[in-house]
Design a protein around this ligand. Sequence first.
Ligand SMILES: [Mn+2]
Length: 322
Amino acid sequence: MKRGQTSLSVVILGLLGGILTAGALAADAPSRAASRPAGIANTWSGVERIVAIADVHGDFGQFVKALTAAGVIDAKANWTGGKTHLVQTGDILDRGGDSKKAMDLLMKLEPQAIKAGGRVHALLGNHELMVMTNDLRYVHPGEYKAFGGKPGFARAMSKSGKYGKWMRGHNAVIKINDVLFMHGGLNQQWMKLSLDRINADIRKALHTGPYRGGLLGSSGPMWYRGWAVADVAAVAAQCDPVFKKYGVKHAVIGHTPRRSITPLGQGRVIAADTGMCAYYGGQPAALVIEKHRYLAVYPGRKPVALKVDYKQPTNTPARKAG
Ligand SMILES: [Mn+2]
């Protein structure tokens, strides 16, 4: 279900789609949603290799190490991933000085990947959201400097700025094969919405507001932490209904750093954020999903096979009456 053929058309279709979708949805006619003009694609199947890299937080050097270890770029930082889908699960911005370099690299890789039959998905994290909604508490001085100062940074991140436009055209939640990808997690309260609708509503909110609450709030996919917990039963109870609704078996998230890429809920959720940026001092890491194998890849080390095969949920009620 590849709907966009070039990154430019993806962006244009995305912007158009967002605007037209908003209009169609305002009429609240679900049957029309299916016939709306194509938005940004958010669902792919038959993808043979997926690489997910989580929170970069302005650390370009660590990002390059992770991309290199995953085999999607060469020494000149050109795409070598072939048909791989690279998912950056959000939070490129804040805490470190080199986020512009990281975004420039992703922008360069997008068309290269498409040309090779692959794809680059830069998802929205809560730090992209914060910067776009003028919450600049975590911006690193180096990030301002990269844009010639605070006014230049603000211009670049605005709706009409190069980086602001790029980010506002992105998805928050995507599905590749049987895996959901997002920055934080998907609270069950959003389950009534399709992925099209979730992403379109977030893009619309980033264009027109409101900038707080709803899908942009603490229970939205960029902020939610309910899936990033050690308690297996809690993860299962939260995820299983959501997974059933969207037809997936796993989810990959960032947002909550751990020492290594960690399966949670017996492998329902794979927490990919290793705090690789200098601010957190963690290791660069990439999750590689290939032919149903899940590998944690770290530079200079043997890949670690992750155990993600959990027992499928039954229809037995969780609590017995009496
Ligand atoms: Mn985050």
